[in-house]
Design a protein around this ligand. Structure first.
Ligand code: ADP
Ligand code: MG
Length: 629
């Protein structure tokens, strides 16, 4: 590290002011940046009580010469800039020469440091800006900075600190960002004695992402790499289907450092337009490299907001880089013809389904199925509904049964015959309790078929409807959950741990009770992860982790608006429990879903606001084909 100079006042004033120690995370951020500037390959951060009582940053960087140590704690003392011209091309991370001075003014600081050239290291103590110890000491090469009792001498500022957990989480976010932007550095974070983050430092972004964001996210990422017009864009983005309910998983690094840039975020999100669902946000860890002269990082005192002299150039490069990645990656949603997950919708294997389908009258032209609703005023029995063609038994899921409370309802598929000739179904005993009801032609709902294993086509009255089966099912489940306001829970045989980040972790831990009333049994597992012991009964176990992640991100977003939070949890459960587009669905299930959707005006939109069905009027078809003028 070059010698430390004290900046002339004129230069110091050129640099935007605002180096204020606000919270433990501000100290950690500056100190870690110093360690990176010092060429460290291993950086360990330890905090206690969110960093309020204790912060330690240890690195194996170049160290500080003994003579320079006191100087490092003076304002505007820096080894990183000498003249005003340097400001334009500054490549190192911190450059205002104020961090150590500002920190030592409001806490008790202790420093151990040694350069490779020196035989001894230096031990230095400074409290409230007053030097109290300066001695030789034996210590390894590198620097250890210890900061105790933040704001001990300025109690007024202590008031603005948040709870230990929140402060700790903010520190954690700082380390996560640094770890993601420096895969070549091995980071460790220790919170109250527990190691909560550890990256390998193997230089691979994917390894860093795995450690920081967890396996679930790391597995969905595709790489980005494009240089356009002098702007280099590289990193990882998610497949469109893996977009999240919040922007919590978006990381932008400009010339190696974490920034927030509306331009880069907008360009990335624009690239997902039409391939991701509205209201979902891409996960990305993107590095953008451009000449230093074209960016003004000093716009914001915290140095995270950036502006570009040529916004359009940056936008275009990022947009194209991400778009290319999305198009080249295998980004199609998984179309499942695989056997269903335990409690799901599909009752037959693909093979069985095909066999059955061949024999089904509904598969033949002009023989559309017709619903005959049989209502029995008897206690519901768990009786399978049978397909007449081959007697394949299966049970209808409750939510597909027509809404006739307190009555057992079953639906048979009949070959369409003239209405009068429909054979009466033998009513079960006792006869007099059976009401048989046939849809009048006006309300009759016919299943025409299904396109792409996703859109059910049905006819009702004078209209044809296309129904998105996932959206419809999701809405039905959501309404049902809202009505009952109680979610049955199932214990997991083997509890799972889910790794979360920052706010999401805090949100989950703070909402353990709320979650438990909705069927999730979770507990704080430390290390920014939670242990999940039970999930709502309607969910497949395989969906547990992704459901938790989604619930966590919406909880983190919504803060404390309790009604919204409840709705969010219900949305997530409904969405995950609903039949997915692409799954194979039996004809009876299709028909029942159509009956549900077309008979209930509240099922217009899915809980995410996507439409559930659209209507084509017979009149318009006739006009289109020139049958009428
Ligand atoms: P700046 O980083 O803007 O120069 P700081 O107050 O953060 O100002 O640090 C002052 C100086 O102390 C740095 O310029 C650097 O020379 C030295 N320094 C601080 N931390 C370290 C470290 N971990 N390793 C080596 N040198 C350091
Ligand atoms: Mg610094």
């Amino acid at each position: 590290m070059p010698k430390i100079n004290v900046l002339p006042k004129s230069i110091a004033e050129l640099i935007a002011a605002g180096e204020v120690v606000e919270r433990p995370a501000s100290i950690v951020k500056e100190a870690v940046e110093n360690s990176i500037d010092a060429g460290a390959t291993h950086i360990t951060v330890e905090i206690q009580h969110g960093g309020i009582t204790y912060i330690r940053i240890t690195d194996n960087g170049c160290g500080i010469n003994s003579d320079d140590v006191p100087k490092a704690f003076l304002r505007h003392a820096t080894s990183k800039i000498k003249q005003a011209v340097d400001l334009d091309s500054i490549a190192t991370l911190g450059f205002r020469g104020e961090a150590l001075a500002a920190t030592s003014a409001v806490s008790r600081v202790e420093l151990f440091t040694k350069t490779a050239e020196e035989d001894f290291g230096t031990h230095y103590k400074i409290e409230g800006g007053e030097e109290i110890l300066y001695e030789e000491v034996g210590c390894p090469d590198g620097t250890t900075l210890i900061v105790r009792d933040l704001f001990y001498n300025t109690p007024a500022r202590m008031k603005f600190l948040k709870k230990d957990v929140s402060e700790g989480t903010t520190v954690s976010a700082i380390i996560e960002r640094q770890a993601l932007s420096h895969p070549e550095i091995a980071f460790k974070l220790i919170r109250d004695g527990k190691q909560t983050l550890s990256t390998s430092g193997d230089g691979k972004l994917a390894s860093a992402v795995y450690s920081v964001l967890g396996r679930e996210i790391a597995n969905t990422l595709i790489s980005v790499d494009l240089t356009l017009d002098g702007v280099k864009v590289s990193g990882l983005v998610c497949k469109p289907v893996s977009c999240r309910a919040s922007r919590a998983y978006q990381f932008t690094f400009l010339n190696g450092r974490y920034v927030q840039s509306g331009t880069i975020t907008a360009a990335t999100e624009q690239a997902y337009k039409n391939s991701a669902m509205v209201g979902k946000f891409p996960v990305f860890v993107l590095g953008v490299e451009i000449p230093y002269e074209t960016v003004d990082v000093n716009v914001h005192p915290a140095k995270t907001q950036v502006r570009f002299s040529d916004e359009k150039r940056v936008f275009t490069a990022v947009y194209n880089a991400v778009k290319n990645a999305i198009l080249s990656g295998d980004t199609r949603p998984e179309i499942s013809v695989a056997p269903p997950k335990n409690n799901t919708f599909l009752h037959m294997t693909t093979h069985e389904y095909r066999q059955t389908a061949v024999n089904l009258p509904v598969q033949e032209q002009r023989e559309e199925p017709k619903a005959i609703i049989k209502e029995e005023i008897v206690k519901p029995k768990a009786e399978p509904v049978r397909l007449k063609a081959d007697n394949t038994p299966f049970f209808l899921r409750d939510e597909f049964k027509p809404n006739v409370p307190e009555k057992k309802v079953s639906v048979d598929i009949e070959k369409p015959e003239p209405i009068k000739e429909i054979p009466k179904v033998e009513p079960p005993q006792p006869k007099e309790q059976v009401v048989e009801k046939e849809y009048s032609p006006k309300e009759e709902i016919k299943l025409i078929g299904e396109a792409f294993n996703t859109y059910i086509v049905a006819q009702k009255g004078d209209s044809v409807f296309m129904i998105d089966k996932h959206a419809a099912h999701e809405r039905i489940l959501f309404n049902k959950l809202k009505e009952n306001n109680v979610i049955e829970s199932q214990a997991l045989l083997i509890p799972i741990t889910v790794k979360l980040i920052g706010d999401e972790y805090t949100a989950m831990v703070n909402n353990v009770d709320l979650l438990s009333s909705y069927g999730f049994e979770v507990e704080d597992f430390g290390n920014e992860s939670i242990m999940v012991r039970a999930i709502p009964a309607m969910l497949a176990k395989d969906d547990a982790e992704s459901t938790i992640l989604e619930a966590a991100s919406s909880l983190a977003q919504k803060g404390s608006v309790s009604l919204d939070r409840i709705d969010d949890i219900l949305h997530t459960v409904a969405c995950k429990a609903a039949i997915k587009a692409g799954y194979i669905t039996s004809n009876i299930e299709k028909l029942n879903l159509a009956i549900k959707v077309l008979g209930d005006n509240d099922i217009m939109y899915c809980p995410h606001g996507r439409p559930v069905a659209f209507e084509i009027k017979k009149y318009n078809l006739e006009k289109y084909f020139g049958r009428i003028q």
